[in-house]
Ligand binder design. Structure first.
Ligand code: KG4
Ligand code: ZN
Length: 331
């Protein structure tokens, strides 16, 4: 079975071809980041228009790079949510219609399921069951995963997502959108113990997160003294350490409560080097293992959608001819 995957939920157009026997045959990605940079965030209308412009040419390119024709595709998977409604509708309309024209099944994929399964595209894939930490621009979740489609939400952010907190704090420091990776880079030049930022919700039981207070604490310090590059680097390092400490503590708690030793980390923030290093230390101390997607598959991409879609199409699931998206879709 060979599946075409289409990702258009936010500001990246990602297309990929996944083959049951040979694995990932091709993946192409087009980022709209320069398009939105001047606005300091994603402009939904512009995102939809750009996805419309790019999706078919990228599908053509992905097929070519995979060395296959449209007739070699056995199913089409597209992200149907969560995400920006207009952006999702582009991928859903194109994906569902191509499958119809080709006489093949189509499948609406949950974006976070894509992220969650992305580490299974790597050489040493995790075995079920495991705990997944999903950290992106829109979500911060801890999930117990017992198999494809067997997901138990253990905890999530009650306000901002971790990536969102990174981006908003970076914006306050005058960094360009999306600020997360830039703030992380700045943090390498600062001292992480310079400012005592809160580790929200770590002093009480449970696995939920809250990052908006931390962002406000950072905002206050930035407003008061965050002018010079040295101070900015210290703020960035201290802020990042607070986020990482919080995530690591909750991962430890989830692994202990569920008596598991395998942790999967996915979503844009899983590209963060400091988070990776400190989770490595945690899993080593627990004699367990931590699994990540390769860095380019931490952020949004078509490969994870092709893979998640393949798993479900193979299990016999498919979509009717109604084209729909679910911008707010719990996993
Ligand atoms: O998964 P993703 O590409 O899109 C969503 O589904 O949201 O995640 C994007 C998020 C952004 O908030 C971005 O700032 C953050 O991931 N991000 C990072 C890093 N790389 C990406 N945050 C911290 N450190 C990084 N190295
Ligand atoms: Zn994402």
């Amino acid at each position: 079975m060979r599946v075409l995957g289409i990702e258009t939920s936010c500001d990246e157009t990602g297309i990929a071809v996944y083959d049951e026997e040979r694995g990932l045959l091709s993946h192409v990605l087009y980022s709209q980041i320069p398009l939105h940079a001047d606005y300091g965030g994603v402009v939904p209308e512009l995102a939809s228009r750009d996805h419309i412009r790019k999706t078919l040419p990228l599908i053509q390119q992905a097929l070519k790079e995979a060395g296959c024709e449209a007739s070699d595709i056995d199913g089409v998977a597209y992200t149907a949510g969560p995400g920006l409604a207009g952006a999702l509708l582009v991928g859903a309309s194109i994906g569902r219609s191509l499958a119809f024209a080709w006489g093949k099944p189509a499948l609406a994929v949950h974006h976070m399921e894509g992220h969650l399964l992305a580490p299974m595209l790597e050489e040493n894939p995790p075995e079920f069951p495991f705990i997944a930490l999903l950290v992106s621009g829109g979500h911060t979740q801890l999930v117990r995963v017992d198999g494809i489609g067997q997901y138990q939400l253990l905890g999530e952010s009650v306000d901002d997502a971790a990536g969102e907190a990174f981006d908003k704090t970076a914006k306050l420091m005058g960094l360009e959108y999306p600020g997360g990776p830039l703030l992380a880079k700045l943090a390498t030049q600062g001292q992480a113990d310079k400012y005592a930022f809160p580790r929200p919700m770590t002093d009480r039981p449970g696995l939920n997160f809250s990052f908006s207070g931390l962002k406000t604490a950072a905002a206050n310090v930035i407003a008061a003294e965050g002018k010079s590059p040295e101070v900015q680097a210290d703020i960035a390092a201290s802020f990042q350490q607070a986020v990482v400490d919080t995530l690591v503590l909750k991962c430890r708690r989830a692994l202990k409560e569920q008596r598991l030793k395998r942790l999967v980390v996915a979503g844009g923030v899983s590209a963060n080097t400091s988070l990776r290093e400190q989770l490595e230390v945690l899993l080593k101390s627990l004699k367990g293992e931590v699994y990540y997607p390769r860095k380019e598959f931490c952020t949004d991409n078509g490969a994870m959608i092709a893979f998640a879609g393949f798993q479900r199409l193979r299990a016999g699931q498919q979509q009717d001819l109604t084209i729909g998206v679910t911008p707010r879709w719990p996993m």
